[in-house]
Design a protein around this ligand. Structure first.
Ligand code: NAD
Length: 497
């Protein structure tokens, strides 16, 4: 059986012995390959390679770094169908969705190609007489990325193109559930001319992650994953003196006001609730209907859900694929059981869905609940599957209260035709990413991505200018070239003149 190995120092790395994990094809339920699990020693080998490479990479000119990034951009674009194929094979998402993921990652690479402008410092002449001050943005050294299963191409691309463009070297620990894309991109980076050791991949589990968190030669950690692990990464990483940004889970609400275009809102809720089988951190999880909105909206959603085609992501007609593995599929189905037991109205039930040509796949059909109350488990927990809850409230104030008191604050959307209501909402809502008639408001690469509260631990959002700031530290230089007026020793505190 094929074994997916680590990538260290510009090539595949095969240690004498390794633990392994199974990689499934979620559409068939079969184990299709195995992935090496790094020991602490293997992580150390990767970090040492990154340390060696960092010595010269930080001095490589902006012109050369930019050329490599442009070449990488071209290669990702050229090979996007192969990358998308790997995503469908190991994650299960349908081909169109996988291509969308690659293209959103590509936007961050394109942003990183502009590093010449982004990494500029500032210069002030004559801060004191014939004294100049300027700032330089320098790389941190070796940085690590730890990423989740649901975007095996895009989420790592939120990190390493910018980190590398800034002059850092990188160790990626991708999800062990869909690891192949990381190696494919490592090869493309090598083909683009990236020197060996600048980008490394270690596969594995908590053993590898814990070594990265405590390794004294790693300066910063970018993490994306669930909230409990994000909090653990933030606390452990910072305790070991590292700069950490740790993006966590979500429970995204979509508020629908009674004046909204209900056809548009129904399309949006169904697309954002069931796309990628709900395994997106920006998926809509709760539709909050204000006034009588639910009476119109719920039947429209039900109609659309009945037409959704679930199946193997490689089949052209499939709109929604399987869940990542059996344990997760069963956990999500268990939430549906719980919703029924706690008294919510199950409008669409996907639990009995069977895919004739894929009987072993981890499929669950789309499920829709109405009359969900905030005390119910399906309202409180991040389900991360194709389960959409509808909650009914009387007023806008009640709706925004629900959003603002939720512990998660990743994304939120408002559907309305009232510009004044929308403006009030964007001002009042306490969430990091806001959509107005846009259900999945993932910011462009030149803005930054990040939630608030339990959806992000740390001070920097990911990519955009925040990314450049995260992966650099500022040095401020004050300089005077001696001249004949130099007056000798002066123990007084330097004053600006
Ligand atoms: P996860 O937290 O289980 O895993 C993320 C990474 O952490 C993986 O690389 C995994 O190997 C590692 N990990 C898991 N358990 C660990 C432990 N005990 N100690 C150390 N490392 C550990 O997340 P997942 O299931 O892969 O991904 C889904 C989650 O990610 C959801 O909660 C989703 O909302 C979140 N997510 C958030 C964003 C965001 O931008 N906020 C984006 C994508 C996914």
């Amino acid at each position: 059986m094929k074994v997916i190995r680590h990538w260290i120092d510009g090539k595949t790395y095969e240690p004498a012995s390794d633990r392994h994990g199974d990689v499934y094809n979620p559409a068939t339920g079969e184990i299709q390959s195995r992935v090496a699990f790094a020991s602490t020693e293997v992580v150390d080998v990767a970090v040492e390679a990154a340390v060696r490479a960092a010595k010269s990479w930080k001095s490589v000119s902006i012109a050369k770094r930019t050329k490599i990034l442009f070449a990488f951009r071209q290669l990702v674009d050229k090979h996007q169908h192969e990358i998308a194929r790997l995503l469908t094979l190991e994650h299960g998402k349908v081909t169109g969705d996988a291509l969308g993921e690659v293209n959103r990652g590509l936007e961050v690479i394109e942003f990183a190609c502009g590093i010449a402008d982004l990494q500029k410092g500032e210069y002030s002449e004559n801060v004191s007489t014939e004294v100049d001050s300027y700032s330089i943005r320098q790389p941190l050294g070796v940085v690590a990325g730890i990423t989740p299963f649901n975007f095996p191409a895009m989420v790592p691309m939120w990190m390493y193109p910018i980190a590398i463009a800034c002059g850092n070297t990188f160790v990626l620990k991708p999800s062990e559930r869909d690891p192949s894309c990381a190696n494919f991109c490592a090869q493309l980076l090598a083909d683009a001319g990236l020197p060996q050791g600048v980008f490394n991949v270690v596969h594995g589990d908590k053993v590898a992650v814990d070594r990265l968190l405590e390794h004294p030669k790693i300066s910063a950690i970018s993490f994306v994953g669930s909230t409990p692990i994000a909090q653990y990464i933030y606390e452990t990483g910072t305790r070991h003196g590292k700069r950490v940004q740790a993006l966590g889970g979500a429970k995204n609400h979509m508020i629908v006001l009674p004046d909204a275009d209900m056809e548009l809102a129904a399309d949006a809720a169904v697309s954002a609730g069931y796309g990628s089988a709900g395994e997106r951190c920006m998926a809509i999880s709760v539709v909050v209907c204000v006034g009588n909105a639910a009476d119109k909206l719920v039947p429209l959603m039900k109609e659309r859900i009945a037409k959704l085609r679930v199946g193997d992501g490689f089949e052209a007609q499939s709109e929604m694929g399987p869940l990542i593995n059996k344990a997760h599929r069963d956990k999500v189905a268990g939430y549906v059981d719980k919703g029924v037991a706690e008294g919510a109205t199950l409008v669409s039930d996907g639990r009995t869905l069977a895919i004739a040509n894929r009987p072993g796949g981890f499929f669950l059909g789309p499920c829709l609940f109405d009359n969900v109350s905030p005390s119910m488990t399906i309202y409180k927990d991040e389900i991360f599957g194709p389960v959409l809850s509808t909650t009914r409230v009387a007023t806008y104030d009640e709706a925004i209260h629900l959003v603002n008191t939720n512990p998660y604050a990743n994304g939120v959307a408002l559907f309305t035709n009232d510009g004044g209501a929308a403006r009030k909402f964007q001002h009042e809502v306490e969430v990091g990413m806001v959509g107005i008639n846009v259900p999945i408001p993932v910011p462009m690469a030149y803005y930054s991505f990040g939630g608030w509260k339990a959806s992000l631990f740390g001070d920097h959002h990911i990519y955009g200018r925040d990314g450049v700031h995260f992966y650099t530290r500022t040095k401020a230089v004050t300089s005077r070239w001696p001249d004949p007026r130099h007056r000798g020793v002066d123990l007084g505190f330097p004053q600006n003149r």
